[in-house]
Ligand binder design. Structure first.
Ligand code: A2P
Length: 330
């Protein structure tokens, strides 16, 4: 089997470490593997299976050697600068930052939803926002069958979505320490504020969900609104999603459709108190869907509760799945 030279940029971060772990655990056919981060981590050791990699500083020369695929998770400004350098040298970049997601030349891909978009990449493929990924995995089969008219997203997002700094704010917050990453304490609190505010009062995170959902589902006119909230949970984002359809549906048929959809696990038995929860979704790659019920306030609508591990399916696993499509096409 052909093997590939792979790099992870941002390898010391929350998502970068998970990318290395997922590459190893899914037996990605790796020849050489490189770990890049900032100058601060250069020389540090990082785990890849039972091997240790030495972290290198990411520089303009990093891609002078042959690297087939680079998974980036080192923030938008790092991606804006280094992804084009890598692409010019013949590396295909799968970028987890927000830098390229809305770029017309970069496909935005969730393998269960729009794998075909990988083909038109020009060297950079964007990995969507964590909250968008889990939502569209659940919504794609429903859109195909009943045609979505409008979506209302309300999210309950874990602190790991804000990287190491977010994680430490919750852990240290419970010890009484003030926050460093968030602008308010997160321990015992909820922050209706993820990423920065835009002039119209929405946050960038909310508009990522709106714009990325449209791009991935190939429907620029889809009506969507969102409220995104950070909650004191370490791993996994939860989302209440209200959907209105063009066509009518049968609720049992809709539940069956979700149960048979790729990447989805339905957990929906209220009598047994069974529904998705973040502590149980953590460490898994599936998107868990429950609380499936008709919205009686409109002609054809539902409410669902969708939970997934934001570091795995919401970031690292999705990026590695994109890499798997790439090597299948080679
Ligand atoms: P470093 O650890 O050397 O700062 P997180 O989102 O979990 O905080 O992780 C961010 C990741 O992005 C880390 O691996 C971090 O490396 C990396 N990073 C941040 N700035 C740069 C940069 N200018 N060049 C390369 N990597 C960077």
């Amino acid at each position: 089997m052909k093997k590939f030279n792979v790099a992870v940029a941002g390898a010391t971060g929350m998502v970068g470490r998970k990318m290395l772990e997922v590459l190893h655990e899914r037996n990605f056919p790796v020849n050489n593997i490189y770990a890049f981060a900032s100058y601060r981590s250069a020389g540090n050791k990082i785990k890849y299976g039972d091997k240790e990699l030495t972290v290198e500083e990411l520089t303009e020369r990093s891609f002078d050697r042959k690297i087939d695929i680079a998974l980036f998770s080192a923030g938008a400004s790092t991606s804006l600068k280094f992804a084009p350098i890598a692409a010019r040298k013949g590396t295909i970049v799968i970028d987890n930052s927000s830098a390229w997601r809305m770029d017309k030349l970069a496909p935005l891909v969730v393998p269960e939803v729009n794998p075909e978009d990988v083909k038109w990449n020009k060297g950079i493929i964007a990995n969507p926002n964590c909250s968008t990924i889990q939502a569209v995995v659940a919504l794609k089969p429903l859109n195909d069958k009943y045609k979505i008219k409008r979506i209302v997203y309300s999210t309950y997002q874990s602190v790991s979505g804000a990287g190491m700094g977010g994680y430490m704010d919750l852990e240290n917050g419970y010890k009484g320490e003030p926050p460093k990453k968030f602008v308010h304490p997160i321990a015992g609190n909820c922050l209706p504020h993820i990423d920065s505010f835009l002039p119209d009062g929405y946050t960038k995170e909310e508009m990522k969900m709106v714009n990325e959902t449209r791009k991935i589902l190939h429907d620029e006119s889809l009506r969507i609104t969102a409220t995104t909230v950070r909650v004191p949970v370490f791993y996994s984002h939860s989302e209440s999603i209200n959907v209105e359809f063009e066509k009518d549906f049968d609720i049992d048929e809709l539940r069956d459709l979700l149960s048979n959809s790729p990447g989805v696990v339905v957990q929906d038995d209220p009598e047994k108190n069974e529904y998705p929860m973040p502590i149980y979704a953590a460490g898994k790659d599936e998107v868990f869907v429950g609380r499936i019920r008709r919205d009686n306030s409109v002609n054809s609508g539902i409410n669902i509760w969708v939970v997934a591990d934001n570091i795995r399916k919401g970031a690292a696993t999705n990026a590695v799945q994109i890499a798997e499509i790439l090597i299948k096409n080679k």
